[in-house]
Write a protein that binds this ligand. Structure first.
Ligand SMILES: [Cu+2]
Length: 471
């Protein structure tokens, strides 16, 4: 019997919930060693040293799964198991994932590769993996009950197929989906083209991440699994701002960002300073005739988008979901009841109670940062990003695209804050200002209304002397 330690390898400190005793020695001997990752850092791209060459992707706050070649077949080993994910510095969530992390490692293969994926279940319930977007034999599609029995706890199943289409894909369970995805089980998949592809440009930097969401009460560690829409943590690869790494590129790099959505709502992902083209979806590369320049791509539930652009503007550019409540961290309406009432001012209490108030008002944000509220243990700070000009009132799905002239090719290290050329930062005007033009009267609309409110309070108040019945 091979011990669990050797089964897990040197990084086997990650706790496994279920014993591997059920796996026979013969089966164990045939399994590739699963590589375990315990850090939430963005790992450097995994340059392929076996199999066919390609330009590897960089998984934001993630990593690519190593493989072994076995008689021309690319073999991966995914282990479904409980993991601890640091969603932001100091804020740890108890999730389920693969190989020590949520999301699981990115799978990178080349078009035409024969792929064999060993999936070991160390959860307490059945699981399976669906390979979203792949062309494959029906029995490899991973829908529990329909295409295969669920993988019982402690067992390992094997999926095998040829990666037929190049493109951007993902994987996730098709067993108890609502629970298992709410717990963080998902991963990215990239199939690189086997040769120069007319619709797939070669790029200098290729980033990828999944949109996911959690509902974790302040002070607790485990997501609520029955939440349908009211999630309170909006994350990229199970990280929230300010815990999401910047996307660092070299000036004039061709950049690709691949995004998949496994939340329960759509996300308009918005890039500052540049325009991009949607060059691919999970359906494959987009025809050139369909491409138009955008600065926001709405990514619906279960969709993937691949955005290409030329990083020709230096600076620190915001990159975020455009739904303002998705760039907020755990706060919800539950927070005040969890932490008790603050008696230092009614306005401050309103700020706490009404999240929108904070989204709208600088004042509210300032108050929050000054308040030093006693928050429950393990609660993501509401406003925690510290920028070069002060607090960045954001959370959740927010990061920064850093474009630098002196960034070395292949260097993804954080270059620090952008040094603005003199005279290129918005500044305070201290002279005297004429009164700005102001709104003076309502328009008439396209035709007279058939009725109007009675009494016409607003109009009477504004123009007490005027008769308004005969527009
Ligand atoms: Cu969003």
């Amino acid at each position: 019997m091979v011990s669990r330690r050797s089964f897990l390898g040197s990084a086997g400190a990650v706790t496994a919930a279920v014993s591997t005793a059920a796996v026979s020695k013969v089966a164990m001997a045939a399994l590739p060693e699963p590589v375990i990752q315990t850090k939430p850092d963005t790992m450097p791209p995994l340059v392929p040293n076996t199999g066919r060459p390609y330009n590897p992707v960089v998984t934001l706050n993630g990593w690519t799964c190593p493989w072994r070649m076995n008689n021309g077949v690319k073999e991966f080993h995914l282990v479904a198991e409980p993991v601890v994910r640091e969603m932001a510095p100091g804020f740890k969530a108890h999730l389920w994932g693969y190989n020590g992390q949520s999301p699981g490692p990115t799978i990178e293969v080349v078009e035409g590769d024969r792929v064999r994926l060993f999936v070991t279940n160390r959860l307490g319930e059945l699981t399976s993996i669906h390979w979203h977007g792949q062309r494959l034999p029906n029995g490899m599609d991973g829908v529990t009950g329909l295409n295969q029995p669920g993988i019982p706890p402690g067992k390992t199943y094997v999926y095998e197929f040829v990666a037929r289409r190049p493109g951007t894909f993902m994987y996730h369970p098709h067993a108890d989906e609502m629970v298992q995805m709410a717990m963080g089980m998902m991963g990215f998949w990239v199939t690189h083209p086997k040769q120069k592809h007319p619709l797939i440009d070669e790029v200098d930097r290729d980033f990828c991440f999944l949109l996911n969401a959690y509902d974790i009460d302040p002070g607790s560690y485990t997501p609520k699994i029955m939440t349908m829409l009211d999630f309170n943590l909006w994350s990229w690869n199970s990280r929230i701002f300010p815990g999401i790494d910047p996307l660092v590129v070299r000036h004039m790099d061709k950049v690709r960002i691949r995004v998949g959505n496994l939340t329960m709502t759509n996300h308009p992902i918005h890039l500052h300073g540049h325009e991009f083209l949607i060059t691919g979806t999970d359906g494959g590369p987009t025809p050139k005739s369909t491409r138009q320049y955008e600065v926001t791509a709405d990514i619906a539930v279960g969709q993937m988008r691949q955005m290409d652009f030329l990083a020709d503007e230096e600076g620190d550019w915001a990159f975020h979901c455009h739904k303002s409540h998705h760039t907020m961290n755990a706060m919800g309406h539950d927070v005040p009841t969890m932490i008790g009432v603050d008696h230092r001012g009614v306005a401050r209490q309103i700020t706490k109670l009404i999240p929108d108030y904070m989204v709208m008002g600088e004042r509210g944000m300032k108050d929050m940062t000054e308040m030093e509220m006693p928050l429950p243990d393990n609660t993501a700070a509401m406003m925690a990003g510290q920028g070069p000009f002060g607090a960045v009132g954001m959370g959740g799905m927010f990061s920064v695209l850093k474009v630098r002239k002196d960034q070395k090719r292949g260097d993804y290290g954080d270059p620090g804050w952008y040094q603005h050329p003199p005279g290129t930062v918005a500044y305070e005007f201290t002279g005297t200002l004429p009164d700005p033009a102001r709104f003076k009267a309502e328009g008439r609309g396209s035709m007279p209304p058939s009725a109007r409110p009675d009494p016409d309070v607003e109009v009477k108040v504004r123009k007490p002397t005027g008769g308004h019945g005969k527009h």
